[in-house]
Design a protein around this ligand. Structure first.
Ligand SMILES: *[C@@H]1O[C@H](CO)[C@@H](O)[C@H](O)[C@H]1NC(C)=O
Ligand SMILES: *[C@@H]1O[C@H](CO)[C@@H](O)[C@H](O)[C@H]1NC(C)=O
Length: 313
């Protein structure tokens, strides 16, 4: 009886712990990542398009589609691409008039609307003199609804997430040469700007909405860019709180992060900036408020994954 209980307990622990996350690496390839040991398994490649932008994707768990921004290597056109998460077959290709920034993927977002077929995208658009264009797309019907256009500054992190009817986007404002880091909220039906939060202390990025707690989690940079911290943004009040200082050896690389709301787990890709150590997949438990796993992921950043998504099935 006791042994049975213990075995059940460990089975539960390990089944919770080890899940397949999904991601992209370059040249464009959809991969699976074992959350416990960081093993990367290729699913398939999308060879006409390059996907070097970091964290410019989302997984539509309802339809099993991984969406991302890809650049056609011949025409340089930027398309919203939707691939089958199990086979990597390209199901949707929605052309845009978005332009590439100096760093590919900067200024772009791709955010799946949970429980719907729609995807919210943003990019600097040549149609609007390279201003940001926020658009709601229904890939199944080719519907393209422009929500808002604006012209802010693009921080490298480019964090974004969606809670209820609000899409949250990390942007900065330039007032006569003084830059203020902000997180904006826009209504996904009307495009109206509903939040403008000052975030000068933490530069919060890697945003992820957790539907269980109703909170947004992310990574902050504290202080003077030396350390990292787990941050919480309350989407009802717009208040940003520091939850946990990540030990100084962990350094944020690309901001791909994702959440499993069922186990209150946040995954981050980090490394030790003081050495040439591999990039690691770090698991943060935001119930226990501590790091619970730390797996080797990639020997170097160049070959590492560009996006990380939890498949909520
Ligand atoms: C990682 O875990 C998966 C699933 O448990 C297993 O199939 C795989 O062999 C493991 N890889 C390594 C390198 O241990
Ligand atoms: C910020 O504003 C200043 C003054 O208005 C301008 O000279 C500068 O080019 C702007 N920088 C960016 C990155 O927009």
């Amino acid at each position: 009886m006791e042994l049975f209980k213990i075995i059940t307990f460990f089975c539960l622990i390990s089944s919770v712990f080890s899940v397949d996350l999904y991601g992209l690496r370059s040249p464009a390839e959809l991969v699976k990542v074992n959350s416990e040991n960081g093993t990367i398994t290729p699913i398939g490649g999308i060879w006409t398009h390059e996907a070097v932008g970091e964290n410019v994707g989302c997984l539509d768990s309802k339809n099993g589609i991984y969406y991302f921004m890809g650049t056609n290597m011949e025409t340089k056109e930027i398309d919203l691409l939707g691939v089958d998460v199990h086979t990597a077959d390209m199901k949707y290709k929605i052309p845009t008039t978005f332009v590439t920034e100096e760093f590919v993927g900067v200024a772009q977002i791709v955010q799946c609307v949970e429980g719907s077929d729609d995807v919210i995208i943003m990019g600097r658009d040549s149609k609007y003199e390279n201003k940001h264009n926020l658009v709601r797309v229904t890939p199944q019907t080719n519907a393209w609804k422009e929500l808002n256009q604006f012209n802010f500054v693009d921080p490298l992190g480019g964090g974004h997430t969606l809670s209820g009817e609000t899409v949250w986007v990390e942007l900065a404002v330039n007032a006569s040469g003084k830059f203020t880091h902000k997180i904006f909220g826009f209504d996904i039906n009307t495009g109206k700007q509903t939040f403008e939060i000052n975030d000068e202390d933490y530069f919060t990025t890697g945003l992820n909405y957790d539907k269980e707690s109703g909170m947004i989690y992310g990574i902050g940079i504290v202080p003077q860019f030396t350390n990292r911290a787990i941050m919480q943004l309350n989407p009802k009040t717009g208040i940003i709180t520091k939850l946990f200082d990540i030990p100084s050896t962990y350094f944020l690389a690309a901001p791909p992060t994702t959440i499993n709301p069922n186990t209150n787990t946040l995954w981050l890709i980090m490394n030790d900036r003081k050495t040439d150590e591999p990039w690691r997949l770090v698991t943060f438990d935001f119930d226990k408020q501590t790091i619970v796993n730390n797996a080797n992921l990639c020997p170097n950043l160049k070959d590492c994954i560009r996006g990380l998504e939890y498949y909520d099935i």
